[in-house]
Structures are given as C-alpha cells and as structure tokens.
Design a protein around this ligand. Structure first.
Ligand SMILES: NC(=O)c1ccc[n+]([C@@H]2O[C@H](COP(=O)([O-])OP(=O)(O)OC[C@H]3O[C@@H](n4cnc5c(N)ncnc54)[C@H](O)[C@@H]3O)[C@@H](O)[C@H]2O)c1
Ligand SMILES: [Zn+2]
Length: 363
C-alpha cells in the first residue's frame, strides 16, 4: 500500500474509503471489503483512457466477479452530455445491469462526473466506484459526491449528488498523463492549501522538484492530504450552504477567463489565473502582504501554470465574472484570502476591487 486509505465520513458516519495505491493489484480486495464482489459490473471509460487501463482493471475485476462489460465514449468535455448518458443507459440495459450492479468509472473528471450521474439516474440509482486517472480527478472531482453533465452550452447544468462506494487510485496512471493536465491538477491542489491549510501549501511549494519527478510516494502523500482537506470541507457542508463555497477560491474570475478564452486554456490553468486575481484583491484590502502574494505566484510558476491571460480586456472579464452563477441576489459571492491558508466568503467586493484583481491578470 502506498499510503493508508482515507475514510470519508458523512454525518459523522463512515461513508466510503479512498485508496492510494501504486497499481491496481489491491482493487479486488478493496471491492470485497466493501461487499461489492460478485456484482455485474460495467467499466465506463473514455477513448484515451480505455486503451491504456481498461484491460488491467478488467483483469482485476474478474478476480471477484464473472460479469464485466465495458462502455467507451469519445474523450473530451464535449462528450460529457445527455447523448453519452443515453448511450451508457443502452449499454447497461443490453448487458443486463440491474439495481444490484456496479458502474466502475475509470478516467478523469469527465468520466467520473458522467458515470456518477448515469449511476445516480439508472434504475433510480445504482452503486458506482471511481478509479480516477487524472490528478484533477484524484484530488478534486472524485471527492464530494457531485456528479453531472453539461446541457447545451451550460456547464454541469444537470446532475445529482451521488457518493461512490469507494475511490481507488493508482499513482502509476499519472505517468501517462500529459504534463499540462498534471499541472492543472496542481492548480486545484495549491487552491486547496490556500483555502485552509498553510502547512500543506508550503509543503507543495517547497517540494516541487520531487513532486515534478512524479515520485509515487510523494504523490500519494500529497494527494491523500489534499483529499482529506476537501473531504473535511465537504463533510461539514455537503450541500454547499456555507463552507463548501470556499472551494470556489480562484474560480469566479477563473470561470470567466475560461469562457472568454473559449476553453483554449484548461480549467486548472484558469483557476491559477483566478487565484492571482483573488490574491490581488486580498492584497488590496491589506489581507495579504506583498511577500505572500509573491509566494502564491511563485507556487503557480513552479508548476508551469500561467499567471496572466493575453488578449482579453479587463472590462470583458469583469462583465463575464458578474454573469457567473455564483452571484447571489445581484451580489457576487467572492472568496478572498486572509493570509495564506485562510479564506472566507465575501459579498461586498466592488467592481473597482474586481478590476484591481482583473488588471493583475491582464497582459
Ligand atoms: N464533480 C466535481 O466535484 C468536479 C470538480 C472539479 C471538476 N469536475 C469536472 O471534471 C472535468 C475535468 O476533469 P479532468 O481534467 O480530469 O478532465 P478529463 O476527464 O477530460 O481528462 C483530461 C484528459 O486526460 C485524458 N486522461 C485521463 N487520464 C489519463 C491518463 N492517466 N493518461 C493519459 N491521459 C489521460 C482524458 O482522456 C482527457 O483527454 C470537468 O468536466 C469538470 O467539470 C468535477
Ligand atoms: Zn476547479
């Protein structure tokens, strides 16, 4: 075992375990321990991940069941939609999956969100497990129970809360992940530290050389800590009535940039840019020192995340930011930092302050 499994709780009770392993060899035991052996299973994966890992996973699953089918859809956010869900349902029906069956999500956040939602809706909800293969999915999208798909041009517009029965990750899958995708995961990891754990933020920044060599031991330590922090936040606020909103640090301006760039920048890259904007506003309010602001920029730089965006006007970013769904009764719900590792929700950020943040990220 690479790292001790993490037990995610809900309402104080055990909900499901997260495994941090070096390969898939412990998967059969993990399934048996959760009482999931013997089920009719469907591996759901995209066209990039399936050729890399589906056979390995299937071999392991066949040690605890004799019914495993596979559904593969074209990779990419463009396929995280209701059409793919319909194809998935067709596959589940054709292969006789019933209420006691299991969906096995093998892939990044797109696969996890899509499979989780499919499992939540099929026969009014069947079990699913997650085997996340991107860093972002391992530290972010596989924790918290949010599932869903995009609807027309609206992102994550249709979905459900559906907790997996277990999450199993193999550090080895990160070896095939493109560097840009790895760095995107690091954007969310830095964000998590900045929200509520300065020691973790410092750890990630100061160990960047080892982390970037993809040392499995170091990755497992980092990923486990990040999952534990997110799981803690989610446990205290499962339906996003309060604290969970802190996870949107860097996302308000980040989403605006993501949309205006027409998704030519990846989500994690936009989150990094959004963190700089949030840091600039926090510094303007005297909540961050110049040195702390520089530390944030440095942390992003060592993981090859952009600090600014080119070719967009501050006014356009402001307008797009204010259109974001995180607006509550006309007030923008902004997450600010109060030093490193401390954040809070603020509904008083003015347009002038937003522009200070936005100008910091425009070139
Ligand atoms: N549910 C949540 O709480 C939550 C949180 C954050 C993000 N998300 C969602 O997650 C999605 C983004 O996730 P993502 O960045 O993992 O995207 P993704 O699933 O599209 O994966 C990115 C790319 O990497 C490829 N890939 C995946 N694993 C690989 C591996 N091990 N080796 C080589 N290639 C691999 C995929 O095929 C894809 O092309 C978005 O749809 C977003 O809305 C959900
Ligand atoms: Zn994000």
């Amino acid at each position: 075992m690479a790292e001790e499994k993490l037990l995610v709780k809900r309402d104080g009770d055990f909900c499901y375990p997260i495994y941090f392993e070096n390969d898939f060899s412990f998967l059969p035991q993990a399934l048996s321990d959760e009482g999931l052996a013997g089920k009719n299973m469907c591996i759901v994966s995209d066209s990039t991940v399936a050729p890399l890992y589906a056979d390995q996973v299937k071999t392991e699953l066949l040690k605890v069941t004799d019914q495993v089918c596979q559904f593969t859809f074209p990779a990419g956010e463009a396929h995280k939609n209701l059409d793919t869900i319909q194809d998935l349902f067709q596959c589940l029906i054709e292969n006789g999956l019933d209420r006691k069956s299991l969906v096995v999500a093998l892939g990044g956040g797109v696969t996890g969100d899509l499979s989780g939602f499919g499992a939540a809706a099929y026969l009014r909800g069947i079990d699913f497990i997650q085997i996340p293969t991107t860093l972002l999915a391992q530290v972010d999208s596989s924790v918290g129970g949010k599932t869903g798909v995009d609807f027309r041009q609206f992102k994550n517009m249709v979905g459900a809360f559906h907790q997996p029965r277990l999450v199993y990750m193999s550090m080895a899958t990160l070896q095939t992940l493109p560097e840009r995708e790895f760095c995107c995961g690091m954007g969310e990891i830095l964000k998590t530290g900045l929200i509520c754990d300065k020691a973790f933020f410092d750890f990630v920044c100061s160990n960047y050389e080892v982390i970037r060599t993809m040392d499995p031991k170091m990755l497992a330590i980092m990923i486990r800590r990040c999952c534990a922090i997110k799981a803690g936040v989610v446990e205290r606020d499962p339906k996003e009535q309060g604290e969970r909103a802190l996870l949107n640090l860097g996302h308000t301006v980040g989403h605006a940039v993501e949309k205006l760039m027409d998704f030519h920048l990846l989500h994690g890259q936009c989150v990094g840019i959004g963190l700089v904007a949030a840091a600039a506003i926090s510094r303007e309010r005297g909540l961050l020192t110049d040195a702390e602001y520089e530390q944030i920029c440095h942390g992003l730089e060592v993981y090859h995340l952009p600090l600014y965006v080119e070719g967009l006007s501050p006014e356009d970013i402001l307008a797009a930011t204010k259109k974001d769904k995180k607006m509550e009764q006309g007030q923008i719900k902004f997450i600010l930092m109060d030093g490193l590792g401390k954040s809070f929700i603020d509904k008083t950020v003015t347009d002038q302050e937003l522009l200070v943040g936005i100008r910091a990220i425009c070139r």
